[in-house]
Design a protein around this ligand. Structure first.
Ligand SMILES: [Zn+2]
Length: 693
């Protein structure tokens, strides 16, 4: 995962049609060695050396939690989607179904006066239904209704997430761990609106303060929905009590990183026996779930805890919990007071953001979530010409070849394990830009009347689409990110690497910049994703995506020793926040950062050797291309970040903060130290360097 830099000429280079006004207003960040602060020493703090001038010139806007070299690319991508939606919203009797959906979605979202006029109306029926509940036996039906209407319950579970962000628990399809051809049902821990389990349990003063503010936020939403202050206060206390009980039963994020801990195969009878207070038959019938050969219960302890809390809490507390998830899940699609109260806690308190983003940007975000592959088609047409795809494919192949060379040269790995690793590497499927087939949204009913109704329709469609996969063969063509997304991922169960068109743009990838800079930018991102197939999680899957140990025992031990070096290095104090990073949580990402940059450099070296060029000849700006490679890497990570957001990330995010993604990596690289003539004892030279790949 990543960020970006500035320039307008990029638009022409990207072969865009006439850019919209909004796009023209955005200056894409571009890598430029003129931004390097030569008064500083690269060997003292390479992140500052690469970034300090950019950071000084780019303070965080009031409506952002952070601001990075990729932030303008984000706005640029969003501008393309905005223009597409605005055009589709114009009255035209010849509009296609897709244009009608996109256009009406936009109109319903952007018309704040209409949202304010509607007030609580769009969820009135939902609230009435909860009020009419007579016993806890009706809980399964109520949870099913939330899963079918509220976004954020994508179905199944993601081994990279701490929990599924859905009411009470997560339900959906997952590829079977033992048989990668099968899709089975998964039940995951969930039901917590705070971003991590630890946010409910940590005993430090700051965490307690955040929980107080969280409880106050829940109370205020209840009051906005018409509850009397006293009742709202006791309901908010009940909600926090239930969510805290669920958090206590949840598996912690580090334990969750080992897929073996998640692969708990159960029959439906066993699931039912674990939770007699919850009628699974009712829930499954409500969501229309197909039968599953078996069920993967990601966290058995969570199911036991869920049973305890259903029994322990009275019906009134459960009604409060259901009302909260209804209000919380819909707040962003309701009138201004709900939108502002939701912002106040989830952005101002948790991230430190001062202002709401402009309405148009939020509408683009929601549309990308709800109709992402429809909008994605327009984005690809505008921003991702076939030659960009071809060049990206060639880059990926060159970096995969570099990892093959790297594996061959490893001293600690036996020939048998090397052979198996090479087989897995060859089996990786590269997905570049956008999916081969698009999701068909034809059945989703979108109108101009109510944004909440549109969100319910899209969420229900997506949840049912996910659930319908259970029992069917695995669809290898699917993506879990939309084309305009500035990010990338490795899927260990499909053994695919995926690079949405959104990240194959400046400054990460820029046809106008040097080859060395492209390898340092997008090349390092590609390397990162490939190495995920061989990090401490990914290495546990084979090339077909089965959870199967293909390592000779001695090689497995060697791997763990090398991995522990990384985990120990990144278990570090973050002085300005007064907290410590847990290197066991970030180990996979850190391994991918370190290995990714190394193999990107190897690939660049091969490309230069093939062309008979030198990486070490100084250019007109005084930097060699080897230095340029590292500078482009540093530049891709320049980021100003609010302390509140940084603190929230360190508590839950498996990625290290940007400056460590730069400095800790180069500290481990003799190639970097040689390129900048760093001496032993300087901060960017570690006494004991870690290396896995
Ligand atoms: Zn990653």
């Amino acid at each position: 995962m990543t960020r970006s830099l500035p320039a307008l000429g990029a638009l022409a280079a990207l072969a865009l049609a006439r850019p919209a006004a909004a796009e023209e207003a955005v200056q894409l960040s571009r890598f430029d060695t003129g931004l390097v602060d030569r008064k500083l020493d690269a060997c003292t703090d390479f992140y500052q050396y690469s970034c300090s001038r950019w950071l000084e010139a780019h303070p965080i806007p009031a409506d952002q939690a952070s601001w990075s070299t990729g932030s303008n690319l984000q706005i640029w991508n969003e501008s393309i989607l905005r223009e597409t939606m605005e055009r589709a919203a114009a009255p035209d009797p010849k509009r296609t179904r897709l244009e009608q959906q996109i256009g009406d979605y936009w109109q319903a979202c952007i018309d704040v006066a209409n949202l304010d006029r509607l007030g609580l109306e769009p969820i009135h029926a939902d609230l009435d239904r909860i009020a009419a509940m007579k016993s806890k036996a009706e809980l399964p039906r109520a949870i099913a209704h939330l899963h079918l209407t509220v976004p954020g319950a994508p179905g199944g579970f993601n081994v990279y997430d701490n929990h599924t962000p859905a009411a009470l628990f997560g339900y959906g399809p997952t590829q079977d761990f033992a048989d990668a051809t099968l899709v089975v049902a998964a039940i995951d821990q969930g039901g917590m609106a705070l971003l991590s389990r630890d946010a409910y349990l940590a005993e430090d003063a700051k965490s307690k303060e955040i929980r107080q503010k969280y409880q106050a936020h829940i109370r205020k939403l209840f009051e906005l929905a018409g509850e009397k202050p006293e009742r709202a206060a006791s309901d908010a206390a009940a909600v926090l009590r239930i969510e805290t009980s669920l958090a206590r039963a949840a598996m912690d994020a580090v334990k969750r990183r080992d897929p073996k801990n998640l692969n708990n195969v159960r029959t439906l009878a066993q699931v039912k026996a674990a939770t007699p207070a919850f009628a699974w038959a009712t829930y499954l019938a409500e969501i229309g779930a197909p039968a599953s050969r078996h069920y993967i219960v990601a966290a058995p302890g969570f199911l036991a805890g869920m049973e305890r809390v259903i029994q322990a809490e009275p019906l009134s507390a459960w009604k409060a919990y259901l009302r909260w998830w209804t209000l919380h899940g819909n707040a962003a699609a309701l009138s201004t007071p709900f939108v502002e109260e939701n912002f106040d806690f989830f952005f101002r308190v948790l991230f430190g953001t001062q202002e709401l983003r402009p309405r148009w940007r939020r509408c683009v975000t929601y549309a990308d979530r709800d109709l992402g592959e429809a909008l994605g088609q327009a984005y690809v047409t505008r921003a991702f010409p076939p030659e960009s795809k071809q060049r990206a494919e060639a880059l990926v192949r060159s970096i995969e070849a570099a990892l093959a060379t790297d594996i061959d040269g490893l001293e600690w790995m036996s020939p048998a394990t090397k052979k198996a690793a090479q087989a897995k590497l060859r089996a990786i499927e590269d997905k570049i830009g956008y999916p081969k087939k698009w999701i068909d949204y034809g059945s989703v009913v979108i109108g101009r009347e109510s944004m909440a109704a549109n969100v319910h329709a899209a969420s229900g469609f997506e949840f049912r689409r996910q659930v319908a996969k259970i029992g069917k063969p695995v669809d290898r063509a699917e993506w879990t990110m939309t084309p305009p997304t500035i990010n990338a991922y490795y899927d260990p169960q499909l053994n695919t690497i995926n690079f949405p068109a959104g990240i194959l743009q400046p400054p990460f990838y820029d046809p106008q910049q040097s080859e060395a800079a492209n390898y340092g930018g997008i090349g390092s991102v590609i390397g990162h994703e490939i190495v995920h197939g061989f990090d401490d999680q990914g290495r546990k899957y084979d090339g077909q995506g089965n959870l199967r140990d293909w390592w000779a025992p001695e090689d497995g031990k060697q791997y763990d020793a090398h991995g522990q070096c990384i985990a120990a290095q990144y278990t570090q104090d973050i002085p300005e926040l007064g907290i410590k990073q847990d290197g066991l949580l970030t180990q996979g990402e850190d391994t991918a950062d370190n290995g990714g940059l190394r193999i990107a450099l190897l690939a660049l070296e091969s490309a230069y050797a093939a062309q008979g060029k030198s990486l070490d000849a100084p250019g007109p700006d005084g930097f060699t291309d080897r230095q340029r490679f590292f500078l482009a890497y540093g530049f891709a990570w320049c980021e100003n970040i609010r302390p509140e957001f940084a603190r929230t990330l360190v508590g839950m995010n498996p990625h290290s903060l940007s400056r460590y993604r730069v400095n800790n990596v180069v500290q481990n690289m003799p190639d970097f130290q040689k390129a900048f003539s760093c001496r032993k004892g300087q901060p960017m030279v570690r006494e004991v360097a870690c290396r896995v790949w």
